[in-house]
Design a protein around this ligand. Structure first.
Ligand code: SF4
Length: 221
């Protein structure tokens, strides 16, 4: 299953990346993101199983050290606190364990949709959680993530794959993908299912409310 899932996801990224780029041109919006700006890599990146699998495969292909696995596991454990949601996580300023010392994504080609389609139009310096008077303008990523992953997740659900109903923070999902699907020895941490049971509902409600607020305020490009 894993091979076909990640192949399907690669293909979906290819076509959605192109459609997304032309959409931005059509609406006259120019992203301010550039190489090395990585403030958004402190966000709570929520991912599905196919996305975690693709990142895990990219890590296997490029190679990694035990210290990197330990950093990802520590970041995963840090996602199990009472009251976690994208807002409180952002306030904690947790840097993604996949970011290099040069502020580059070490799995860039395989980065998940939450990162891939997170595009800002306001000056990059405004994106930092430390920026005074922070008020950034972003793409509403919901529809583009849905377009990318919707058909793949529906196919998985129709095939009865239980992972079709799982989502969670990237490090939590990644540790599970490395351990359960690819057999990499990783530290024991609670499963994505446990994360969902404990925190899934409140994160879902936060994302829904945030989206409704952005739409009501006309903050969509
Ligand atoms: S996966 Fe890559 S782009 Fe996404 S938060 Fe981590 S370093 Fe940043």
């Amino acid at each position: 299953v894993s091979v076909s899932v990640t192949t399907a996801l690669r293909q979906a990224y290819e076509s959605v990346d192109a459609a997304f780029a032309s959409h931005l041109v059509n609406i006259g919006m120019k992203p301010s993101c550039s190489v090395g700006c990585s403030a958004c890599c402190e966000q709570l990146a929520l991912v599905t199983w196919p996305e975690a699998m693709l990142v895990a495969e990219a890590m296997l292909a490029r190679g990694f050290f035990d210290t990197e696995i330990a950093a990802i596991a520590a970041q995963a454990e840090a996602c199990f606190y009472e009251g976690i949601d994208p807002g409180s996580y952002w306030d904690r300023r947790v840097r993604c364990a996949l970011l290099t010392d040069e502020n580059r994504c070490s799995v860039y080609e395989a980065r998940p949709a939450a990162c891939r389609y997170h595009v800002a139009f306001t000056p990059a310096a405004m994106c930092s959680s430390r920026a005074p008077g922070r008020n950034t303008q972003h793409v509403d990523t919901g529809p583009v993530i849905e377009a990318t992953l919707g058909p793949i997740m529906e196919e998985l659900a129709a095939a009865g794959a239980e992972q079709a109903h799982e989502f969670g923070p990237l490090p939590v999902m990644l540790i599970a993908a490395l351990r359960d699907e690819l057999g990499v020895p990783v530290p024991r941490i609670p499963s994505p299912r446990e994360w969902m049971n404990r925190h899934g509902r409140q994160v879902y409600e936060y994302v829904k409310a945030d989206l409704a607020e952005a739409r009501a305020a006309g903050r969509e490009p």
